[in-house]
Design a protein around this ligand. Structure first.
Ligand SMILES: [Zn+2]
Length: 533
């Protein structure tokens, strides 16, 4: 029988649907990994009992869809739910979607030698340390970073992973192991660097890979996670997430492995792409104009188009990058992207601080998305991206926390608030609204990832990625008549509730199924080890 969760007595429900409806005093039912019903009278009749035969399940669904429910205070009627959550005095909204991160960087958070320098110096200070990362570091940093994201309201995250020290082939599987443990919806942006310092780029030789090697590894991932165009046409193939009922048991079984550095080697990344866990989205992500060769940019795009994949790169991040492109390619970063075939709908750029009016219009016209990382841009003195102008031009804009060595925080709610304040600090008459800002963190992220048909809003039939904030917190005291605005205007708090892919991850503000203290202790040890290598 299907797994069901009832969220009852929701004080405020922000749907982010096409009408931007905000519902008051309603209930929501989750069936398996999808939102099944939303309404004011959704407490089911006794007819939907545990005794339903599997053959009648279809008929029950019809009942759900036609809202044949009655209010009931009879406790027996609740029995069919695996979980009932009381959301009185809570704001419920779609989970945040973080479109940019480098999870491994939380091992070198606020590293003192790089804390007061701009981007290029920051990178060249940290590259040598990152070149000493070991396989287990990628697991523990990903786990800590993802948990931090989840507690701040994130239910889907991208990780742009571009460091493969010594060509380690276990980096990705170690990261995916943490993903599986956390339960987050994940997008693996397979980064790459092929232009070393010796060839005029920025990264040291030991951190770049040969083009052929990168392409071979990306091709392998594309075959596992992509959808070949011919297959799409013939079969309409889409990996489905049907049933996650075995998740808790699987996580429990794996719990013992947590403190063991020599955990068993995974057979294949394919293991994660099954019915029990959210589908992993692969994004091909050559890292930046100053770390990737021109021919790799072109070849990666060919591969992405063949396998129907999204592409991402850092672009127009700061003035130095602009100068680099003018010097090396005699083009502004945007024009360079155009030349390598990257101004197209399957692309999103991270940062885009240095784009002019004309380039913004071209982004909108071609459907290129943006991942905006305000804290990192300010921290590294890169500048402030013209996000309000992009929104006015109808560019799809999302929010990214960026890596934890340049933001030093993986808090999606705080980053969303920062995005709003940062735009307002520019002193323009055109004010970015709280609604526009919240949209960037939810539906905007879904659009940038090409997944607004399944995530980013709370609507019947969408994936059950739902978060809730408790209004009975000191941070929200006095925000009585505007609890929605309070989320962005008041000091950010952690979530009281997080459900990802229909699975309960945080309840009553507590992370389920993970001993965070133990994980943090391990993480601390690994940083110490890394800095001593
Ligand atoms: Zn980045």
């Amino acid at each position: 029988m299907a797994k069901r969760i009832l969220i009852k007595n929701i004080s405020y429900l922000i749907t982010m649907d096409s009408d931007r409806k905000i519902l008051k005093d309603c209930h929501l039912i989750i069936k398996d990994n999808k939102i099944n019903a939303i309404g004011k009278s959704l407490i089911p009749k006794a007819i939907l009992s545990k005794d339903i035969e599997p053959s009648n399940v279809e008929e029950d669904s019809k009942l759900d869809n036609t809202n044949k429910f009655v209010e009931s205070n009879n406790k027996e009627d609740y029995d069919e739910f695996d979980e009932i959550i009381d959301a009185k005095d809570m704001v419920i909204l779609p989970g945040f979607i973080n479109t940019h991160h480098h999870l491994y960087q939380n091992l070198t958070r606020c590293f003192s030698a790089s804390q007061d320098v701009p981007l290029f110096d920051w990178l060249t200070t940290l590259y040598p340390i990152w070149s000493k990362l070991e396989p287990y570091d990628f697991y523990i940093s990903a786990l800590v970073g993802i948990v931090e994201l989840i507690l701040s309201g994130c239910t889907t995250t991208v990780d742009h992973l571009y460091i493969f020290p010594g060509g380690q082939d276990t980096v990705i599987e170690n990261e995916l192991r943490a993903v599986k443990k956390s339960g987050i919806r994940f997008c693996l942006a397979r980064g790459s660097m092929s232009l070393s310092e010796e060839e005029g780029g920025l990264p040291p030789k030991e951190l770049v890979q040969e083009e052929d090697e990168i392409l071979k590894q990306c091709q392998k991932l594309a075959e596992e996670y992509g959808e070949k165009k011919s297959e799409l046409k013939n079969q309409g193939k889409r990996i489905q997430e049907d049933n996650n009922s075995n998740e808790f048991q699987t996580i429990k079984r794996n719990r013992e492995d947590n403190n063991n550095n020599n955990f068993p080697k995974m057979k294949s990344v394919q293991e994660y792409d099954n019915d029990e866990f959210p589908r992993i989205q692969l994004i091909l992500a050559p890292t930046s104009p100053f770390s990737v060769t021109k021919s790799l940019m072109e070849k990666i795009m060919e591969l992405a188009l063949e396998f129907n994949l999204k592409c991402n790169t850092h672009l127009a991040e700061n003035r130095q990058e602009n100068e680099f492109c003018l010097e090396r390619y005699n083009q502004r970063p945007f024009d360079y992207m155009k030349e390598v075939g990257w101004i197209r709908g399957n692309v999103f750029f991270t940062h885009t601080v240095y784009l002019n009016e004309d380039e913004i219009l071209k982004l909108a016209k071609s459907g290129v998305g943006v991942s905006h990382c305000p804290s990192s841009n300010m921290r590294l003195t890169s500048g402030i991206a013209p996000i309000k102008e992009m929104l006015d031009a109808n560019v799809n804009v999302s929010i990214g926390v960026d890596g934890s060595s340049s933001n030093d925080s993986s808090n999606m709610l705080a980053e969303t608030r920062m995005a709003m304040l940062c735009q307002r600090s520019r002193g323009s008459d055109k004010i970015i609204s709280t609604e526009q800002t919240l949209e960037m963190a939810t539906l905007g992220g879904a659009k940038v990832l090409g997944r607004d048909d399944e995530i980013g809003t709370i609507e019947e039939g969408k994936k059950a990625d739902i978060i809730g904030f408790d209004l009975n917190k000191i941070e929200y005291a006095g925000a009585y008549e505007n609890p929605i605005g309070a989320l962005l205007l008041c000091q950010p708090t952690n979530v009281a509730l997080s459900i990802i892919n229909g699975r309960l991850i945080v309840k009553n503000g507590k992370l389920l199924n993970l001993d965070l203290r133990k994980v943090l202790r391990k993480h601390r040890e690994r940083t110490k080890l890394l800095l001593s290598r």
